[in-house]
Design a protein around this ligand. Sequence first.
Ligand SMILES: [Zn+2]
Length: 216
Amino acid sequence: MQDKDINKSKLFSGVKDFRENYYVHHKDIYKKLKISQQPHTLFIGCSDSRVVPNLITKSLPGELFIIRNIANLVPYYKDTHDTYVSTSAAIEFAVKALNVNNIIVCGHSNCGGCKALFSTKISKQLPLTQKWLELTGDVKERVMRKIETEQLKPSFKYRLTEQLNVVEQMNHLLTFPYIRERYDRGEITILGWHYVIETGEVFNYSAEKQAFERIE
Ligand SMILES: [Zn+2]
């Protein structure tokens, strides 16, 4: 059997196993969720296969409304409705229709999207990805300046990019007027996280300390 066939049969047996085991043990939750959802949190994470929002927050179905895209980016707010904007539409729905209490922007270690900012190869091979990554704003330039002025090791640049990018995207969220209003009234909390794949740790951004602190 070829690899692709093995992977396909793994997916099918996974579906069967879910229905026969996991679902059976959590039947009540699924019955409750039959008609509607009331998620408390909008989770904006990277599409990276290693970042699994429900797993790292130990959340059940119905708790997280999830947006995943390359490098966990948030577009700037635009008052136009003439294009197809997946991420912005999902943000609008989560905040205005579902009234979530929290928004988490979650970056992660070894993020290919953040790394790509420093690559020259990407422009020709992945033009849509390159365009999308413009939403990181001037994060790359800020990282390079910080490394120079604070004389940090060049190897810090990727982690620093992942973290500054999270803060940048938190700021993009506040360009949405209906988020800004709810945020100013204390009705919504915006959190910035950095998840480290190899240790299982999640670091939460403290605006006061301008640093990421491990969630204990
Ligand atoms: Zn990533």
